[in-house]
Design a protein around this ligand. Structure first.
Ligand SMILES: C[C@@](CO)(OP(=O)(O)O)[C@H](O)COP(=O)(O)OP(=O)(O)OC[C@H]1O[C@@H](n2ccc(N)nc2=O)[C@H](O)[C@@H]1O
Ligand SMILES: Nc1ncnc2c1ncn2[C@@H]1O[C@H](COP(=O)(O)OP(=O)(O)O)[C@@H](O)[C@H]1O
Length: 260
């Protein structure tokens, strides 16, 4: 069976620009990590219910793949989709660590939507798939479009491709289970200081390499300080010259060879 790759991402920078109800509006450069991906495929079923074969700590109902299935069914009422999932399980070779700020759950959801769109010939555009996936996770839209690098704004639904050289990363994910809502809440209560329009414009136009060479870890990511405040053990894992992805817990830096 065909294998579909669900890539990880890092946030080169992530700045808050305002609030939207219980969410935060952001401007962030997302870069796909070409060397780190989950592998998804359709596989023979071993039981009658919706089945995901893979190493997950969450229940089926909490799994982003199941949520994406529900969202796609809601949007299309497709009988062939129901039939497909009565016939096949989804097999996931999970390589992207969870609770890592690498977008693994969102990437799996986006890849699942694209797989179903392809095999069932649903004819949905990327814009339509991104809308369907928006309630599953804020990062789903980025993964639906499949860009190597993009400026992502709104609460994650606005994705604009950014053409630049792709970087290779070293990633270090400490075993600290970070909750995204807790980090955003701490930001809102203790660090809220939204970026203005001019600064946003400047950041959107700089290459990722320029950004990483000119900003410190806390300048580049507004969620770093709140994450450190809420999860004190992170301090033991921080090393100079590394950056922080999303709400954590992963640190990353550019591999020497992509700088040549
Ligand atoms: C921080 C980022 C940056 O890429 O990613 P991760 O670090 O999780 O990978 C995203 O903004 C996270 O995306 P995701 O993890 O999908 O968030 P969701 O499940 O949709 O939201 C979980 C909760 O986080 C808060 N949230 C999320 C996104 C956002 N722009 N503002 C928020 O305040 C909300 O309280 C929301 O209920
Ligand atoms: N397909 C999935 N892959 C990974 N985690 C998932 C998935 N579906 C649901 N989860 C749950 O989502 C949370 C972590 O999400 P994940 O996307 O891996 O982290 P992050 O948002 O930090 O990148 C955990 O509670 C995990 O159990």
């Amino acid at each position: 069976m065909k294998i579909y790759k669900a890539y990880a991402k890092v946030n080169i920078f992530l700045k808050i620009t305002g609030k939207r109800e219980s969410y935060h509006e952001i401007i962030s450069r997302f870069m796909r990590v070409g060397t780190l991906y989950d592998e998804l495929s359709f596989a023979p079923k071993t039981k009658d219910t919706f089945e995901i074969i893979g190493d997950f700590s969450c229940t089926i109902e909490q799994n982003t793949i199941y949520k994406a299935y529900k969202a796609l069914l809601d949007a299309t009422s497709s009988e062939s989709l129901e039939k497909l999932m009565q016939t096949y399980a989804i097999k996931v070779e999970k390589n992207i660590p969870a609770f890592a700020g690498l977008g693994g759950g969102s990437s799996d959801a986006a890849t699942y939507l694209k797989m179903c769109n392809e095999v069932l010939h649903l004819g949905l555009s990327n814009n339509e798939l991104a809308k369907i996936g928006a309630n599953v996770g804020a990062d789903v839209a980025f993964f639906v479009y499949g860009y190597d690098s993009a400026n992502v704004s709104g609460v994650g639904e606005i994705v604009q491709e950014f053409k630049e050289d792709i970087l290779e990363f070293e990633i270090y994910t400490p075993k600290v289970e970070i909750s995204t809502p807790i980090v955003y809440k701490s930001y809102r209560e203790n660090f809220y200081s939204p970026l203005d329009g001019f600064e946003t414009y400047e950041l959107k136009n700089k290459s990722s390499l320029e950004i990483l060479e000119s900003m410190s870890i806390d300048e580049a990511n507004d969620l770093f300080k709140p994450a450190m405040q809420e999860y004190k053990e992170l301090k033991e894992h921080y090393r100079a010259g590394w950056y922080f992805s999303g709400s954590g817990s992963s640190f990353f830096r550019v591999k020497e060879k992509s700088l040549i």
